[in-house]
Design a protein around this ligand. Sequence first.
Ligand code: UT7
Length: 331
Amino acid sequence: MSNLKAAITGIQGWVPDYVLDNKELEQMVDTTDDWITTRTGIKERRILKGKGLGTSDMAVEAIKGLLKKTNTHPEEVDLIICATVTPDMQFPATANIVADKIGAKNAFGYDLNAACSGFIYALTTASKFVETGTHKKVIVIGADKMSSIIDYTDRATCIIFGDGAGAVMLEPTEDEVGIMDAVLHADGSGRHFLHQKAGGSVKPATTETVLAREHYVYQEGKTVFKFAVSEMANAAVDIMNRNQLTADDVAWLVPHQANKRIIDATANRMGVSTDKVMINIERYGNTTNGTIPLCLWEWEHQLQKGDNLVLAAFGGGFTWGAVYIKWAYNT
Ligand code: UT7
């Protein structure tokens, strides 16, 4: 067994300029700023505008900054994993498109779909390539252009989601830092409550599916909320117990940003005070795979080498889990 750990050695995020705020949504659907704020914590979200722009374009912007920060030449990158539910196209993988766009000629890559838990699934998967010593520079992307699959006539979903991307570099280290542990779960029977009805092999696109608006996100919010609020907290508490971490030991909770009430419940169960919770849901909404790396990016300057971070997520599938990271560097 190798003693290598996979350490995050850089993080970069990117969000589009266009701000879709609650006031604008009030003009689009029957909702209010007050309802959205109290039920979700969201005030605004970013939307990628521009013809021909997709998830890979946001990922590329994040990676450009990441390569610069980590002083990495694109040809040094040997693996790219892209967590997304909004790939540029059904195939090939967005990771391949990104690799081409950034000139990562020596990297292989693939996409990973675990809905809102995708980033923690991808981070865990990537860490295995690094820990075995076979891969030295691995980029994990969490990116989604959710606006491409949101029905802006459906008030139950359009108020929640936004666009954004984040990317981390993983490299091997012999220090006791990096990805320390992960608990990942899935329960496919939850698929009925959060999915896209058409566009897959079961129901390919037809005029009827388009007219029935079946290519958009469908969510039974209350049911998803019920599972998310208990399982995200269970996973976070589980990883703390497995690693003998008390609430005092946890420097930061980095939660998926689906709903402020779910985040608060998770922090509460962990016994972690609000000043140790990364929350930017009010500005970006739920960017699906982008939420956790966008938090890490915005808090990077406050992180210290050795800090214990607990990442936690819940999403469609259902999928959920938590990752324990010992932060590897001071900015
Ligand atoms: O990230 C992936 C995982 N996803 C999640 O974790 C999301 C989990 N779910 C949620 O965050 C919440 O369920 C929502 C934010 C989606 C909805 O909040 P809720 O408190 O569960 O509301 P609800 O769906 O139970 O709806 C309550 C009421 C309903 O009206 P009636 O039936 O009580 O008259 C809805 O029609 O609020 C109504 N409503 C709205 N009203 C104003 C639903 N959406 C809206 C809206 N504006 N946008």
